[in-house]
Write a protein that binds this ligand. Structure first.
Ligand SMILES: [Zn+2]
Length: 162
């Protein structure tokens, strides 16, 4: 897959989950960074558990303005640094495609199952956070455990080919 195909897959995935959330009246939002239904708010700086995009409210319209400014050489700093939304989508897309190749599978497209998977790993992360005091140094084992939740979730989002 090339960048254009990764981005096309992102838009298909996001539209698919947006449709499902709306049709089932589920109060979640799709992440502008990865397209999965991982956010409980929009524009409130929550960090996506799947792709780690920090939701500063940017979305496709804002992203085009940002890309334009970057193209003009104007540096923007925000919670995601110089990483653009498009770059984030490409990065997470490649990670998921690579994971899918590892098991000769595909990125999960089943909304009910994906929602369960995300909820399961969110709970796992919450349990780790509950055990944290806030004083742990970055090399503490608990941080490694915390970071592994994202990797495990990225792996759980690929499934055998249907
Ligand atoms: Zn995301």
């Amino acid at each position: 897959m090339n960048d254009a195909e990764i981005l096309a897959a992102f838009h298909i995935r996001r539209a698919h989950y947006d449709t499902y959330l709306e049709a089932n009246d589920i109060r979640l939002y799709t992440c502008p960074g990865c397209g999965f239904p991982s956010l409980t708010t929009r524009g409130e700086f929550s960090i996506c558990i799947i792709c780690f995009w920090e939701d500063d409210g940017q979305d496709d319209n804002a992203d085009s303005i940002l890309s334009q400014l970057l193209a003009e050489g104007i540096k923007i700093s925000g919670p995601n640094g110089n990483l653009t939304l498009t770059e984030n989508r490409i990065n997470i897309g490649y990670i998921l495609e690579t994971n899918a190749e590892l098991i000769n599978g595909e990125i999960d497209f089943d909304p009910a199952r994906v929602l369960k998977t995300i909820a399961f790993y969110k709970q796992r992360r919450d349990e780790i956070e509950d055990r944290m005091t806030g004083d742990e140094p970055p090399y503490d084992h608990i941080w490694i455990e915390w970071k592994e939740v994202r990797k495990d979730l990225q792996m759980a989002l690929v499934v055998p080919k249907s």
